[in-house]
Design a protein around this ligand. Structure first.
Ligand code: C2E
Ligand code: MG
Ligand code: MG
Ligand code: MG
Length: 282
């Protein structure tokens, strides 16, 4: 009993008693409503050609527009979704909303590929590919307008099932990116086994690339690796012109980051597309 009581005390201390724990419990209980009422919105961040400064694609990033607490970042609520058994529902929610946005843009004469971030668990959903394919058909959107971003760590779980889903996505024309490249623990061989189209170099290697020679070497190696596997490379977290120029010189031709734009609501993204870049480009 004593043991039990101390366990309970520990639980109490780490969860229910502190304010953050209370908030977490509240958010978790509000998730179903958030999804049903479409409180979770996709923001879009441009993927840019570093030479021309032109937008080549959009990455959809989820935000919870909480009715009381304002905009909540994905790193706060996505873990709650995962703990609440709603991963599958959320993965489909994100795909559905991205396709909806693609069809809105299509009616405006805008064709811009959209990348969505998926949890590895979404690839264990046996119907995720046919779900995507059907929505694309209904909306008259070619699946090659969609891209999937998957973190490198994700690929180490259930590799066999995940690679089967990824291959089926590829068969219908959806392209695959490895996100946060360089931060995971997985073997480089995954890049070839998983037949990926793009690697996205994690922003931790980009943020000080002008001054940190070991990060410069990592980026150079990633670029060589990508060349060997015929992958496109995107640098994440480009925050200034110096970084963009250096990356371009190294042979990395695409980037994302606050230098170009933070993630913005869809209508703001549409506005970004309509104006030619005025920033100096590398
Ligand atoms: P990610 O896919 O690597 O997305 C890049 C993150 O870096 C985004 O954070 C973006 O706002 C931020 N970022 C972009 N440019 C810069 C920059 O120049 N400087 C800095 N400091 N940050 C920059 P965000 O939106 O908070 O998303 C965090 C992570 O949450 C994402 O990382 C992704 O792994 C996950 N996530 C976001 N939306 C979804 C989703 O719909 N589904 C799933 N499963 N995960 C998502
Ligand atoms: Mg991403
Ligand atoms: Mg990333
Ligand atoms: Mg990252």
């Amino acid at each position: 009993a004593k043991k039990l009581r101390s366990k309970w005390a520990l639980f109490n201390k780490s969860h229910a008693n502190d304010e953050k724990g209370q908030q977490t419990l509240r958010y978790r209980s509000e998730l179903s409503e958030a999804l049903a009422e479409q409180q979770i919105k996709l923001f879009y961040q441009p993927k840019v050609n570093l030479t021309s400064g032109k937008i080549v694609a959009a990455e959809a990033l989820a935000r919870w527009q909480h009715p009381v607490d304002g905009m909540l970042p994905p790193l706060l609520f996505i873990p709650l979704i995962e703990q609440s058994g709603k991963v599958r529902e959320f993965g489909r929610y994100v795909i559905r909303h991205a396709i909806k946005q693609l069809s809105i843009w299509k009616t405006q004469g805008i064709m811009v590929p959209v990348a969505v971030n998926l949890s590895p668990y979404n690839l264990l959903d046996p119907d995720i590919v046919s779900y995507t394919q059907e929505l694309c058909e209904k909306a008259d959107i070619p699946p090659n307008m969609l891209e999937i971003e998957l973190t490198e760590t994700a690929t180490s779980l259930h590799l066999h099932t995940i690679s089967a889903s990824l291959n089926r996505f590829k068969e219908i024309g959806v392209s695959i990116s490895i996100d946060d490249f360089g931060t995971g623990m997985s073997s480089l061989a995954y890049i070839s086994n998983l037949n990926v189209d793009t690697i996205k170099i994690d922003r931790s290697f980009i943020s000080d690339i002008e001054t940190n020679s070991s990060n410069l070497s990592i980026v150079t190696s990633a670029l060589n690796l990508a060349k060997a596997f015929n992958c496109t490379v995107v640098a994440e977290g480009v925050e200034n012109l110096e970084q963009a120029t250096l990356l371009n010189k190294l042979g990395c031709h695409y980037g994302q980051g606050y230098y170009y734009s933070a993630p913005v609501p869809a209508d703001k993204f549409t506005a970004l597309l309509k104006f030619t870049p005025t920033l100096p480009v590398s």
